[in-house]
Design a protein around this ligand. Structure first.
Ligand code: C2E
Ligand code: MG
Ligand code: MG
Length: 563
C-alpha cells in the first residue's frame, strides 16, 4: 500500500471515530484533529490548528497535576485519566483522556496523540446515584451506607488522635402499631418528627442517620467520658417517649438504644456496629424504653456463635449444605418461567438442618464470615456449582453459573489457585463461571483484590458486582476493577415503581454501566411493572421471583430438559 493511501485510510478512521482525537508536535502545537474534537470543544478546525493544546485548559487542575501527567507520559509513553477542560463557550466539562507518545528513531518524542471522550453524562449519573444512594429521601438524613462511611471515618480519626467516640443504635418501640393503625403517611410524618427530636439531643458535630424503617443510628464525636454516651441516650429515650401529635391525634411511642464505645468495644467499624446492635437487642429484650452499653454481652454472643460454628462444621461433613439455582434470563425475552432466554443461574446456598428444613444463608453466613468457616464453605460451593455446570455443559445445555464470593475468601491468600484448581478438577469451561463479589469485598483492599481478580479473569472467568449501588458506587473504582457486570441491588428494583428515586437509580446505573461497557443484571424482580421498566432502561439480565424462585438442582435440570 502506498504511503498516500495509507494516510487516506487513516484519515477516514479518524473522521469516523466517535472519540475526539488530536495530534500535536512535541511542543503541544496542534497538527491534526478530527470532527469529534470540534464537536466536543465547540471550536472550528481552523481555530485549533497550529495553536497550543494548552488552549483547552480549564484552570481546575493544579500545576502538580500537569507536572505528574508529563512525568508519566515521558517515563511510560502513555497517560490515562480524567481531565476537566474548557469549551469555546467557556463551559467546563470532564473528559476521559488517553495520551500516547509517538517516538522517533532515537527515542525522542515526535508527536503526542490524544484521544478523549466527554464523560459529563457519566459524572452526572454518578453524582445523582451517590446522593440517592447515600440519603434517606424521607428525612433527608444520611442512610446506612453513609453511616458506615462516617463510622469508618471516625475510626480513622480516632486512631490518630486517640479520641473517644460512641455509636448508638436507636430503634423505635411500637412504631409498627402506629403505622398499621394510622397509615403509612402518618407513620412517615412521625418519623420526620422523631428525627427532629433526636437531633435536639445531639451536638452539631454528631451525626444522625436513618438506617432502616424505624431505626436510627448516631455517632457521638469526641466524648469526654464514656458515661456521656449513656446521658445522651437517656435524654433521647425520654424525648422520644413524650407525646407526639399527628393529624390531631395523640401518639405515644418509645425508643430503645444500644451503645458501643470506641475503643473499648471495638477498634474497627464492623465490630462497633455489631456491638451496638447486640446492645440494642439486649435493651429491647429487657423491656424497651431503655439504653444498654455493649460490654458484658460479649460472652453470650460468643457462646452461641461457637455453637453455630460447631454445627456448621458437622453439617459440611454430613453433606447438609445444598445449592439452589435461580435462573437469569435475557431481558427482552423475559416471561414468567424460564422457557425463554435462559442465560445463566445463580447458585444460592441452603442448609438442610433437618429433612425438609432449609435454613437461609442470612442466618449462618454472618457467623461463617466471622469465624473464617466461610473459606471451606466457599470452596465447597464453588466445587459443587462447577460440577453441576459441567454436567449441564456435557449434556449440551451450557448454563453460566454465578457463584457468590464472600469478602473473606479473598483473604485466604490462594483464592485464585483454588478457582483454577476447581476449574481443572471439574473441567468446566471458565467462561461458564461467573463470580459475584460485593463492593465491601474489594473496598477493604482494592489493590490486592484487583490483582487477584485480574489473575482469575485471565483464566476466562467473569466477574459481577453484587448488590451494586449499596456500597461505594464510584466511577473511580469502576474504571479500575476487572468486572464485566453490575448486579443492581434488589432494594432499588423494589422501589422502582412506587417512587421516583428507585427508578432514577436504576436508570443511572444502567447508563453508567453502558458507558463503561459493562452489562447489567437486575435481581429481586417480582412484578411485571418492574420488568417493563427494566426492559425500557435496557438492563440486560433479569433474575427474580417473577421468572422463578431459586429451585433445587433436580428441578432446575428438569426445567432445562435434562431429566
Ligand atoms: P444475593 O447474592 O444478592 O442473592 C439474591 C437473594 O435474593 C437470594 O436470597 C434470593 O433467594 C433472593 N431473591 C431472588 N429473587 C428474589 C425476588 O424476586 N424477591 C425477593 N424478595 N428475593 C429474591 P438468599 O438465597 O437468601 O441469599 C441471600 C444472600 O446470601 C445472597 O444475596 C448472597 O449474598 C448470600 N449467599 C447465598 N449463597 C451464597 C454462597 O454460596 N456463598 C456466599 N458467599 N454467599 C451466598
Ligand atoms: Mg448474588
Ligand atoms: Mg444481590
Amino acid at each position: 500500500m502506498s504511503a498516500n493511501s495509507e494516510l487516506l485510510i487513516f484519515k477516514k478512521i479518524l473522521e469516523n471515530t466517535s472519540e475526539a482525537v488530536v495530534i500535536t508536535d512535541p511542543d503541544g502545537s496542534i497538527l491534526e484533529l478530527n470532527e469529534a474534537m470540534s464537536r466536543m470543544t465547540g471550536f472550528e478546525r481552523e481555530e485549533m490548528l497550529g495553536r497550543n493544546s494548552r488552549m483547552f485548559k480549564s484552570g481546575r487542575h493544579s500545576h502538580d497535576f500537569y507536572r505528574e501527567l508529563w512525568e508519566t507520559l515521558t517515563a511510560e509513553g502513555h497517560w490515562e485519566g480524567e481531565i476537566w477542560d474548557r469549551r469555546k463557550d467557556g463551559s467546563v466539562y470532564p473528559k476521559w483522556q488517553t495520551i500516547n507518545v509517538v517516538r522517533g528513531e532515537s527515542g525522542e518524542a515526535v508527536n503526542y496523540i490524544g484521544v478523549s471522550t466527554d464523560i459529563t453524562v457519566i459524572k452526572e449519573a454518578e453524582e445523582k446515584l451517590n446522593h440517592l444512594a447515600y440519603h434517606d429521601p424521607l428525612t433527608g438524613l444520611p442512610n446506612r451506607m453513609l453511616f458506615s462511611d462516617r463510622v469508618e471515618h471516625e475510626v480513622a480519626g480516632a486512631r490518630r488522635t486517640g479520641a473517644l467516640f460512641a455509636v448508638l443504635y436507636v430503634d423505635l418501640d411500637r412504631f409498627k402499631h402506629v403505622n398499621d393503625s394510622l397509615g403509612h403517611v402518618a407513620g412517615d410524618t412521625l418519623l420526620v418528627q422523631v428525627a427532629d427530636r433526636i437531633k435536639e439531643c445531639l451536638r452539631e458535630s454528631d451525626t444522625l442517620c436513618r438506617v432502616g424503617g424505624d431505626e436510627f443510628a448516631v455517632v457521638l464525636q469526641n466524648l469526654e467520658r464514656e458515661e456521656n454516651a449513656g446521658m445522651v441516650a437517656q435524654k433521647l429515650v425520654m424525648r422520644v417517649s413524650q407525646r407526639f401529635e399527628i393529624n390531631g391525634k395523640d401518639v405515644n411511642i418509645g425508643a430503645s438504644v444500644g451503645i458501643a464505645l470506641y475503643p473499648k468495644d471495638g477498634v474497627d467499624t464492623d465490630s462497633l456496629l455489631r456491638k451496638a446492635d447486640g446492645a440494642l437487642y439486649n435493651a429491647k429484650e429487657e423491656g424497651k424504653g431503655l439504653y444498654r452499653y455493649a460490654c458484658g454481652d460479649l460472652e453470650r454472643v460468643n457462646r452461641s456463635r461457637l455453637e453455630i460454628e460447631g454445627r456448621m462444621h458437622r453439617a459440611l461433613e454430613r453433606g447438609e449444605f445444598v445449592l439452589l439455582y435461580q435462573p437469569q434470563v435475557a431481558s427482552p425475552d423475559a416471561t414468567p418461567g424460564f422457557d425463554y432466554g435462559l442465560q445463566g443461574a445463580e447458585a444460592l446456598i441452603r442448609w438442610q438442618s433437618e429433612p425438609g428444613v432449609f435454613v437461609c444463608p442470612g442466618e449462618f453466613l454472618p457467623v461463617a464470615e466471622d469465624t473464617g468457616f466461610i473459606a471451606p464453605l466457599g470452596d465447597w460451593v464453588l466445587l459443587q456449582a462447577c460440577r453441576d455446570a459441567k454436567r449441564w455443559e456435557d449434556a449440551g445445555r451450557p448454563v453460566q453459573v454465578s457463584v457468590n464470593v464472600a469478602p473473606r475468601q479473598f483473604d485466604t491468600g490462594d483464592f485464585e489457585r483454588r478457582v483454577a484448581g476447581v476449574l481443572e478438577t471439574t473441567g468446566l469451561s471458565p467462561a461458564l463461571l461467573k463470580l459475584e463479589v460485593t463492593e465491601s469485598g474489594f473496598m477493604r483492599n482494592i489493590g490486592r483484590v484487583t490483582d487477584i481478580m485480574n489473575r482469575i479473569r485471565a483464566l476466562g472467568v467473569t466477574f459481577a458486582i453484587d448488590d451494586f449501588g449499596t456500597g461505594y458506587s464510584s466511577m473511580n473504582y469502576l474504571n479500575r476493577l476487572p468486572v464485566d457486570c453490575l448486579k443492581i441491588d434488589q432494594s432499588f428494583v423494589r422501589t422502582m415503581n412506587d417512587g421516583e428515586s428507585g427508578a432514577h437509580i436504576v436508570s443511572a446505573i444502567v447508563s453508567m454501566a453502558k458507558a463503561f461497557g459493562l452489562s447489567t443484571a437486575a435481581e429481586g424482580v417480582e412484578t411485571f411493572d418492574q420488568l417493563r421498566a427494566l426492559q425500557e432502561f435496557g438492563c440486560d439480565l433479569i433474575q427474580g421471583f417473577l421468572i422463578s424462585r431459586p429451585v433445587s438442582t433436580e428441578d432446575f435440570e428438569r426445567y432445562i430438559g435434562l431429566s
